[in-house]
Design a protein around this ligand. Structure first.
Ligand code: ZN
Length: 984
């Protein structure tokens, strides 16, 4: 949203009348419905059709306007809900202009260059298709280099590339990964003669090598991609990488190819970036944690006295296989003991194989050969006592919770050859003397998840039953059904035996993969529906099918499809609650259950009573680690891209349930570019973000104790010695965003995507906000907010609609983005009618209308929403306009106390990721302007930072129920504690 200038649009309320939107300053973004808009006189060939992330290089001249037209061609499937995002990137990596383009639209964006020379346009199309056009005379070229392909669909070209002087050969890499997709390519020399004209499926990334004859260097060659002629081979996604001997530009004209090449030379000596994070000597002492009942209370997620925030914590995931019996392991953890240590399958009973030799790893790891050899009851006994000692030593070294890996569904082997789990099942009774319960009568093959036709339901891509699961070579990987008595019994035993080792809980992988349609599940589904619906309501919702005869639906996006998903969530909830109870009973104290399953739908209905939930964030355009990615686009431009996890943290918090968020981020997948790796400062940022936004979660660090020691010790010390800044609080915000993930089950794919866009918009504008999801969509939850935003919230039940209408009628301000409540929960169209609620549905775009004692505004785009707010909602200002949007803010307060406290968290995301990254860019001159609760004043202000030994006090300034605070230089993270007093 950089430089979007959308506050140009002004909303205001006038008594009894409608006021039109007026424009204050020129808006550079012009959106229009899709039509042919090639500017008159343009003669360029059609622009390539782009997918995923691409870059265009532009030669700019100081003082001249760069103007770009971007088109987002929609995909047929509505499942792809992201919009096209374009950014014009200055040579210094900051953004000069940007645009978000909805499917089926085109947009023009522009900026005046205050530099001479090369800059870039970044085009992020996601799964949509994009085209960009520039003014005819603007020299430009597409970026294409090794590991930086131009990513297109459809035919294109010719595009030209420059072959530098004295080049004897060059390579071009081609890839069309999907089966049955291929390509035809033509490479021509400077005389326009084809030197290679071939086609193929290019399923693997393929090198094309071309010799350069004497006299054909120092000139532009060309490449063209066209449809393969071979039958059954289609042209779709194609990746083209120019090899290391070529400058990384594909230009529409030979002259531009040569212009962008400039004096580029292949440098065989060019240093490869350092690929690994280096260990450093620790500068601070290990922090082994605070102990005692007081700190236990700050970590307690107990809901008995209502919901409040808890203490955030440090967290390490370590899937190593050589922990048990390794004398160096516990001392290594002791150099920076995390609060939560998540291990691999360091358990006596492996969920998938039974008692086997190998330890560590997740499901796929150690699934062959001697690793899966069954161990004897005596060896299991020895293992239990060894694990007990190890866990005990970890506790003594400061680890609070040790949670090994189990899986909620996976069972491995071959039921006919009686290998893997079946071998153990056939010897189950040998292990009874260890305290193992009776053997389930039904063979494990009958525990498996099924399709409605009774065939085995697999979650893995291999040809079952003709092949085996590739990582296991000789065995299958099956998914078991929680509604089968055998799997329930066995998984509870796995958990009970982990608890026997003193382990504090379990991580449950694949926790949301209970999507079985076996007869047991069908019967349970029917019982579930009968409990939820009267016969009459069921008839209306499900097209008059009797609940005794109802089947699992095949059609998506229907009320019954939503119910099937809710039933699966209920299955997962029951599974996790059962495991927690079994573990707690054995352990004699509370046993932690920590599922993997970062889907908002499932968290809200299935995982809300678990202790933690992991968001496994593997894929992002720049990896998913929090911070600034300094991404080299080509020589002369290094883009500053940003990642954060604010949506995940705040969504889990908004449920106000037991569960707390945990973020797993990656440098990339499957490649891990060194520029996207998590260095120690970025690790600090990840923990700071968690402290600021989660209300009690964790941020995953890998067991690189040599890299993260100081960061982890510093943050754990800060959290545990300042629990009043984190625990026992409620969120402090005047704006709510309706975030209802179940819209997805009802065919509204746009809603959650718009919520995420809005999240970026609000955090960049420094507006304090909460989400409100379906689970709490009631008037009593809404009435604490001055503004409620409804982004593309299209399917709204009558009771949800009433909650919103009551909120508005009693004085609230609803800001609708796009469509609102056009259908009810049976998916029938809602008629506006003519009652006092009608304005909720009929207010035109750009208008604010009175409605009861409140008001309703509507805008069509996320970027326009802020204009409808009125003043005083942005609480942070910063003079540096490039850095300011990446400073993010969140606030909590002590609920229900007039003389309580407000705690404000300020996080600087201008922290470069990568190996050998520069230091964080500090931000100066930040000013807070905090609104106070009615009837209070600020008594004192203290400011903290994890790297500072003691807080500093700041002067109290302010009027009219607000307090102004000038923040000293912000490195990564500061916390401001405002103590309040009653107003006289
Ligand atoms: Zn089932």
């Amino acid at each position: 949203m950089e430089n979007f200038q959308n506050r140009a649009t002004l909303f205001s309320i006038q008594e009894g009348s409608r006021m039109k939107v007026s424009s204050l300053v020129a808006v550079v973004v012009i959106a229009s419905a899709l039509r042919s808009t090639m500017e008159a006189g343009e003669t360029q060939p059609p622009a390539p059709t782009l997918r995923h992330v691409n870059y265009v290089a532009i030669h700019a001249r100081r003082g001249k306007q760069i103007r770009c037209q971007a088109t987002c061609l929609p995909r047929r499937s509505s499942a792809y809900r992201d919009s096209l995002k374009c950014r014009l990137v200055r040579p210094d990596g900051f953004v000069a202009a940007s645009a978000r383009v909805q499917p089926g639209e085109e947009t023009t964006f522009a900026a005046n260059a205050d530099w001479d020379g090369i800059c870039a346009i970044e085009i992020r199309a996601g799964w949509h298709l994009a085209q960009v056009r520039l003014k005819e005379k603007t020299p430009h070229a597409y970026r294409s280099c090794v590991h930086g392909p131009m990513k297109t669909v459809r035919a294109w070209g010719p595009l030209y590339f420059h072959v530098p002087k004295a080049t004897r050969y060059f390579n071009i890499w081609l890839h069309a990964s999907v089966t049955r997709e291929g390509l035809h390519y033509t490479i021509k020399n400077p005389d326009g003669e084809a030197v290679r004209d071939e086609e193929g499926d290019f399923d693997a990334r393929t090198k094309i090598q071309i010799q350069v004859p004497h006299g054909q260097d120092a000139a532009a060659w060309s490449i063209e991609i066209s449809k393969p002629k071979q039958q059954g081979l289609y042209l779709d996604d194609v990746y083209v990488e120019l090899g290391r001997h070529l400058p990384p530009f594909l230009a529409p004209t030979p002259e531009w190819a040569t212009l962008f090449a400039g004096d580029w030379r292949y440098d065989p000596q060019a240093l490869k970036p350092q690929a690994r994070l280096r260990d450093t000597k620790p500068k601070i002492e290990p922090f082994r944690g605070v102990t005692g009942p007081e700190i236990d209370r700050t970590y307690s997620r107990d809901m008995a006295k209502g919901w409040h925030t808890t203490l955030p914590f440090t967290y390490v995931l370590d899937y190593g296989s050589k922990h048990l019996g390794n004398a160096d392991y516990v001392p290594m953890v002791g150099t920076a003991p995390p609060v939560l240590l998540h291990l691999g399958k360091d358990v006596p009973l492996n969920h998938g194989w039974g008692p086997v030799k190998a330890l560590g790893g997740e499901n796929q790891a150690y699934g062959t050969g001697t690793h899966i050899e069954r161990i004897s009851p005596a060896q299991v006994r020895e293992r239990i006592s060894g694990l007990r000692k190890m866990v005990d030593a970890l506790h003594k070294n400061g680890v609070r919770w040790v949670t090994p890996y189990i899986c909620g569904m996976t069972v491995n082997g071959d039921h006919e050859r009686r290998t893997g789990f079946w071998d153990f099942y056939d010897h189950w009774d040998d292990y009874r003397p260890l305290g193992l319960g009776p053997r389930p009568k039904d063979d494990p093959f009958n525990w498996l998840q099924r399709h409605p036709d009774g065939t085995v339901r697999q979650y893995y891509r291999y040809d079952y039953p003709d092949e085996h699961y590739p990582p296991f070579k000789e065995n299958h990987r099956y998914a078991a059904c929680w509604h089968s008595e055998g799997w329930r019994t066995w998984l509870c035993e796995v958990v009970r035996f982990a608890a026997k080792c003193g382990q504090d809980g379990v991580f449950v992988d694949n926790a949301c993969s209970q999507r079985c349609q076996c007869d047991r599940c069908l019967a349970a589904f029917r019982r579930y529906l009968k409990m939820r619906f009267t016969a009459e309501r069921a008839r209306r919702l499900f097209d008059s099918v009797s609940l005794d005869a109802i089947a699992f639906p095949e059609k998506k996006n229907t009320p019954l499809y939503a119910e099937m998903n809710r039933f699966w969530c209920e299955t997962v909830r029951d599974e996790l609650a059962t495991l927690k109870a079994a573990g707690s009973k054995e352990l004699g104290r509370e046993f932690v259950v920590f599922p993997n399953g970062g889907r908002p739908t499932f968290i809200q209905r299935g995982l809300m009573d678990a202790d933690f939930v992991m968001f496994e964030k593997s894929h992002g355009d720049y990896g998913t680690h929090p911070g600034t990615v300094l991404s080299p686009v080509f020589e002369g431009v290094t883009l500053r891209a940003y990642n954060d996890n604010i949506f995940e943290h705040k969504f889990v918090q908004c449920l106000r349930r037991r569960v707390k968020p945990i973020i797993l981020s990656r440098a990339g997948w499957p490649r891990r570019p060194p520029s996207q790796m998590l260095n120690a400062n970025a690790a600090r940022l990840g923990m700071a973000e968690c402290g600021a936004f989660s209300g009690g979660g964790g941020f995953l660090l890998r067991p690189n104790f040599g890299v993260y020691h100081d960061a982890m010790n510093e943050y754990r010390r800060f959290f545990e010695t300042h629990p009043q800044l984190y625990a026992g609080l409620d969120s402090y915000a005047r704006v709510a965003v309706l975030a209802c993930p179940e819209q997805q089950w009802l065919g509204n794919a746009a809603h959650m995507g718009t919520v995420r866009s809005l999240t970026d918009c609000l955090t960049e504008a420094h507006v304090l906000f909460d989400y409100v999801s379906e689970a709490r969509l009631e008037k009593s939850a809404l009435e604490r907010y001055a503004i409620v935003l409804a982004p593309e919230f299209r399917v709204v039940s009558d009771s949800q609609f009433s909650a919103v209408a009551d909120y508005v009628n009693s004085g609230g301000h609803l800001v609708v983005i796009g469509d609102f409540a056009v259908r009810d929960d049976s998916l029938a169209e809602r008629q506006p009618g003519s009652n006092e609620r009608a304005p909720l549905l009929t207010v035109p775009a750009g208008i604010t209308e009175r409605c009861g004692r409140g008001s309703v505004s509507r805008c069509m785009r996320v970027e326009e929403a802020l204009a409808a707010f009125g003043d005083g909602f942005s609480v942070l200002a910063c003079p540096n306009k490039d850095l300011a949007p990446r400073v993010k803010i969140n606030a909590f307060h002590t609920p229900g106390e007039s003389a309580g406290r407000i705690v404000v968290h300020v996080v600087n995301y201008n922290v470069p990721l990568g190996v050998d990254a520069p230091e964080p860019t500090p931000v100066d001159g930040i000013e807070l302007d905090m609104p106070l609760p009615k009837g209070t004043r600020t008594r004192s202000i203290a400011i903290y930072a994890p790297e500072e030994a003691a807080p500093a006090s700041l002067p109290v300034n302010g009027t009219n129920g607000r307090t102004h605070i000038r923040i000293p230089e912000l490195q990564i993270y500061r916390v401001i504690e405002m103590r309040l007093a009653p107003l006289q």
